[in-house]
Every structure is written in C-alpha cells, then in structure tokens.
Design a protein around this ligand. Sequence first.
Ligand SMILES: [Zn+2]
Length: 391
Amino acid sequence: MNELIFIFILLLPIAWYFGFRNGKKREVGKSSGRQHGLSKTYFTGLNYLLNEESDKAIDTFVSMLEVDSETVETHLALGNLFRKRGEVNRAIRIHQNLIARPSLTSEDRKLALLELGYDYMGAGLLDRAENIFKELSGDFIHKNASLSQLLVIYQQTKDWEKAIATAAKLQYPMSENTQNEISHFYCELAEEALQKQSYRDASGYMKKAFQVDPQCVRATLISAEVHYSKGRYKQALKCYKDLTKQDIAFLPEAMDTLTNCYIQLNDKKGLLNFLSEALSNGGGISTILAYAEILQSQQGDKAAGTFIASQMNQHPSLKGLLRLIELHIEHASEHAKPSLEMLHDIVSKLLKNKPIYHCEHCGFDSKTLFWQCPSCKCWGGVKPIQGIEGE
Ligand SMILES: [Zn+2]
C-alpha cells in the first residue's frame, strides 16, 4: 500500500504538469475559448483515483507522461516499482513503451532494455530475457549485470555448458565462490552422464571439476561412484580417503558404498582402520555406528554397546542413543523391556521429525541433500547437520 501511495505521489505532479502543458498547447492553437490549463485525461485519471479505481488511475496517468530526456528516469522508477509489487505486465508495458521511442538516447535505451530483461525474468519469460541479456553482455557498463542474469537463467534451464562459459566470463581471475560454482556445474554434467551410463564422459567432467576446484567434495563422491560402478574398489577407496581430508562432514554420504568396497575386497581389518582413522579426524555418529556394527558381528552386542557408550561421552547423539537402546532391548529383563521399548519409540519419533541437512548460508533445513540450496541458491552450502540431533 505504501508503494501505491508513493506511485501516486510520483505521478500526480508529473501528470498535472503534462496535463497542464498539453492543455496549453492545444489552447495556443485556438483563437478563442476558455483557458482550461489542464487536459481532460488528467481529470479522468483524478476521477478514477477519487473513485478508488487505482489501477485505471495509474494507467491513465502513465499514458499522459511523454517520454523525453526529463521523464526517462520517472518511467524507469515506475517500471521498477511495478515489478517490485509483482505487477510485471505493467512494468513490461512501461519499459517496452520507453524502448519504442526513437528519440531515446542509446544509454537510456540500454537502461530500459536491462529493466525489461528483469521484467521478463520476473514473468518467467526466460528466452526473451536471455536475448536481452545476451545483447547487453557486450556492453561495458551492463556486462556484469547481464552475465549475472544469464548465469541465473542457465542454472534454471540446467544448461550447464552455457552456465560454465558464462561464469568464467563473469569473473576472471575466478574467486573461490566461482570456482566452487563451476565445479558443481561440471558435477551436474557428470551426473547427467552417469544417468546415461556414460562413465567415460562422467570421468572427463570430474577431471575438469577438479581442475577448477581440487577440494570439490561432490566431485570426489561422484568419482568414487564411477570407480565403484566399474568394480575399481581400491580407486574408490582412495577417493573416500581424500573425502575425509576435504570435508569429513560428508562421510555419512559415502558410508554404505565404502563399506561395500571393503566387503568386496574382503578386507574388514582395512575397514576398521579406515573408520578408526576417520574417528580420530572428527568422524561423527555414522562412523561410530559403522565401527560398532563390525564389532557386533565380530564380538557381539555387548562389545558394540560398550563402544557406542564410550564414544557418546565425546559425541552425544540421538542416533547413538537409539542404537544403544536397540542393543540393550534384546538382553533386557521382562521388567525393563517395556520401558526401553517406550524410550526407543520416543527417540525414533524425535529423529523422524528432525532435518538431516542444513544450509550454512541461509539456515534452510531439509531431509534431502541438495547440492544447490533451494532457498538461497548457493552451491555446496547444504551439509549434514552436526551435534546431538545430527552427526
Ligand atoms: Zn541456503
């Protein structure tokens, strides 16, 4: 509502001035008649306003504004306001009207074109927006704004090759953030290749991802997956060792596959060593539980329970507590069993409602790992939650 009032404040004096001027122009041509001063259109607009027909009033006042060098900024400001209020069609009309004026200077035309591009983005007309931003990306002043918008478009349309080329053009030398983004674009291409079982293409994209960002966790996980799929278990394990150095918080994502690698290699001792080392490097409850599972298979429930309990001092965790209860239920007396089962039920329900991942940039929580945060659109910011309710 405040913006609407602002629009009227902006429009009324200007509309009055142009109404007055147009009225004067017409009267100069007449040899006789009364001196009205204001045009009929101005009063029509005012009438709409008094009758609380704000939409019609705005359209009438806007139609009165002549486009000249003095009013270009007013048109741009109006278009901007309409777009911010969600009235994209009105913003498009204003900016198209501006661009159609042959008297517009080249700089003003580019400004109006940029705004029209934003309008098309707001309206979801991405192909039209793309054409405009492509045209403006060659302009020195509007290059960065246009390339940024093209980057948004190519991410939305999942055109990763174009996204890579645009991100590289947008910033040279690349910042860490751009390196991170581009490596994720290569990962997107690799995942598309994996879906088609094109392992060679996927490996090629991974090489490029590592060239841009050698610390890309996602590229490491995909590389491991490619090796695993081809039966190259030792190479897959090498990737998982790299992962623990890059960001051990992502180790739970690899736990099943890395365990399978050791099983395929018939190397349980190797698995215990890997998990033990991961624990000393900050591995969370998933690592503790994987270790406990091996202990359980080798030495029984008691050894597994003792190990989890000893780790819980340093890593208090609901998941650990749940597993501990499960291990105790089997051996509990008939008297203690119902209480343990109730406790198990409560902790299960607590965990069921908890998110697993958290975006470090905007705080978005989810149960799914998104490599691009659905909320703030950053890449690689969503990570497994740490602490008592998470890892
Ligand atoms: Zn986010």
